[in-house]
Ligand binder design. Structure first.
Ligand code: GUN
Ligand code: FE
Length: 542
């Protein structure tokens, strides 16, 4: 269960921090001290070395002095052994200097020039149930891919219409448990501290996904997939809109119940239900209206797909001729609001962008999917800077083939290079008016992976960057991790007091994004609690 095994009373982190508090702003801050309370809240965030007293003190002594001055902070030094009852030597926070005598854990990575702390990633769009299919289907476009690969897999999670034997039910729940545990562990180990999941049409196993996210310590939005017409694959549908609404309420309430138990520690929700109409082609108007009303009643977030593929857009125009466009379909059915997150949005018109901005929705960009299923190239730079829409990143497993948000950042940047190269071939001239000719920078990509995700999930004031009163969802990146997937030579290593330290770290950040992978993510914390530690060769499995 939600273990306290790795939670210590207070932790002081010391080292280089890399984050993007605002769009386009890549902040590289060496020698930062970050104080994190037992609840996981950042209550101190400052540079070590500027203050006059720092010059004569170790970071720990300096911090203790600061706490004494201010009369706040971690517990005073004491011989009270009870304070350490949850402390496991050799695990804990894995710091190389655990200053017990100061009464808090001290994690110092400042002397390792290849290590830096980054906010935890947000994967704002991922189908947990489709994880076994990752890498399958690149030969098909969206609608055929759904029919050939996706519905049959999701249908495995579903109870049969008639009576289900207890042994069959047990096997089904066990399968869900195995697949969902795997996807949570994989994504956590790749730095995803918050995920917005599509599960399946099945309520019980959707609740299993929520339980597992809490157990493993990953923040999650969990959606039961709602669809009440599916002419191409009639085995996988729930034609009764009432049953879909009831199941969605069950998931919202199940998640709310789980949250009560974990939320005693404070902080943003660890798990919450999200209203999930799959997409307009598979939802009748009445269902969408009811789900929109439900989201308003519960003040719940909403996730769905939009404008991913041109055949899909045409289908929606045929099915809803009375609506202005795809965005208009969702708007007319009460599904667009500040808590609505719209996956893909590859082929939006200007009119749709205006509506999405006006409704304060976010777009979830999934570059792996767009390439894998040949869906198209979204003009992300224009959405961000000209249309002023918040855009976050998603992996979209398994329409996307890669569960890593680090890879999504790389794919995003690379794909937009193609958009620039293809400029002129595309009648829409998508890049013409976008800044930098449509290219997305490393700073933009990291923003979308962290802060943009937090804003999309309505957690922008609590997560997404490092700041006092935000919560500590973080990953420690080591560009020279033990597996040595990136070659850093002596002259490239940043040294603490070099004048070009920040520039060298900047280069390491770029090399991490373009040459790295999840081996470089060596520790992960969610709500201050450590959930992954590869340096100790240990991953928390719940
Ligand atoms: N549109 C409707 N369902 C899906 C899905 O499962 N994956 C993707 N990529 N698009 C969808
Ligand atoms: Fe999707």
């Amino acid at each position: 269960m939600h273990s306290e095994r790795t939670r210590v009373s207070y932790t002081l982190y010391h080292g280089t921090v890399v984050h993007t508090p605002s769009l386009g702003q890549l902040l590289i801050q060496p020698k930062m001290l970050i104080g994190v309370t037992q609840e996981g809240k950042i209550d101190y965030f400052s540079h070590y070395g500027e203050q006059e007293h720092a010059l004569h003190k170790t970071p720990q002594a300096f911090f203790q002095w600061l706490c004494d001055q201010r009369g706040y902070g971690p517990p005073q030094p004491t011989s009270d052994r009870n304070r350490w009852e949850h402390y496991i030597p050799g695990r804990g926070n894995g710091g190389n200097d655990r200053s017990r005598r100061y009464g808090y854990d001290y994690v110092d990575f400042s002397k390792h020039p290849s290590k830096f702390l980054v906010p935890g990633f947000f994967d704002t769009h991922i189908h947990a149930s489709q994880f076994p299919n990752a890498g399958l289907g690149s030969e098909l476009p969206l609608l055929d891919w759904l029919e050939k690969y996706t519905f049959s897999l999701e249908n495995r999670f579903r109870a049969p219409d008639g009576e289900e034997l207890p042994s069959a039910r047990k096997r089904r729940l066990q399968m869900a448990n195995t697949i969902y545990s795997r996807v949570i562990n994989r994504t956590l180990a790749a730095g995803t501290t918050t995920a917005s999941y599509f599960a399946t049409i099945d309520t019980d196993t959707t609740n299993v996904l929520a339980d597992l996210a809490v157990q493993h310590g990953q923040r999650a939005l969990v959606g039961k997939v709602c669809m009440d017409c599916n002419p191409t694959y009639p085995e996988y549908v729930e034609p009764d809109a009432e049953a879909l609404v009831r199941g969605t309420v069950e998931v919202l309430e199940h998640c709310a119940g789980l949250n009560v138990s974990v939320q005693s520690l404070g902080g943003p929700k660890m798990v919450q239900g999200i209203v999930t109409p799959r997409f307009a082609p598979l939802c009748l108007g009445e269902l969408m209206k009811r789900l929109g009303a439900l989201a308003s009643k519960y003040n719940a977030p909403v996730q769905t797909h939009i404008s991913e593929n041109k055949d899909e857009i045409k289908l929606v125009a045929d099915l809803f001729p009375e609506c202005s466009d795809y965005t208009g379909v969702y708007d007319d059915h009460g599904l667009l609001g500040a808590l609505t997150i719209l996956a893909h949005a590859v082929h939006l018109t200007k009119h749709e962008c205006k509506k999405i901005l006006q409704k304060n929705c976010s777009i979830l960009h999934c570059p792996s999917l767009n390439t894998f299923l040949t869906s198209g190239t979204a003009p992300v730079k224009r959405y961000l800077y000209e249309d002023k829409i918040n855009v976050a990143l998603g992996t979209d497993i398994s329409g996307g083939c890669d569960y890593s948000i680090l890879s999504a950042m790389k794919e995003l940047i690379m794909v937009l290079h193609h958009l620039k190269m293809d400029k002129g071939k595309d009648k829409q001239q998508l890049v013409d008016t976008a800044p930098d000719n449509g290219l997305v920078t490393v700073a933009d990509a990291l923003y979308m992976a962290t802060m943009g995700g937090a804003v999309a999930c309505d957690m922008g004031s609590e997560l997404g960057s490092f700041e006092v009163n935000k919560w500590f969802d973080a990953q420690l990146i080591d560009v020279m991790s033990p597996d040595l997937n990136i070659d850093v030579f002596d002259f490239q290593e940043p040294a603490l007091d070099d004048t070009d330290m920040v520039d060298k770290v900047r280069q390491l950040v770029h090399r991490w994004i373009f040459c790295g992978d999840d081996r470089n993510c060596v520790k992960v914390w969610c709500n201050g609690r450590q959930v992954v530690d590869k340096e100790d060769r240990w991953v928390y499995l719940g």
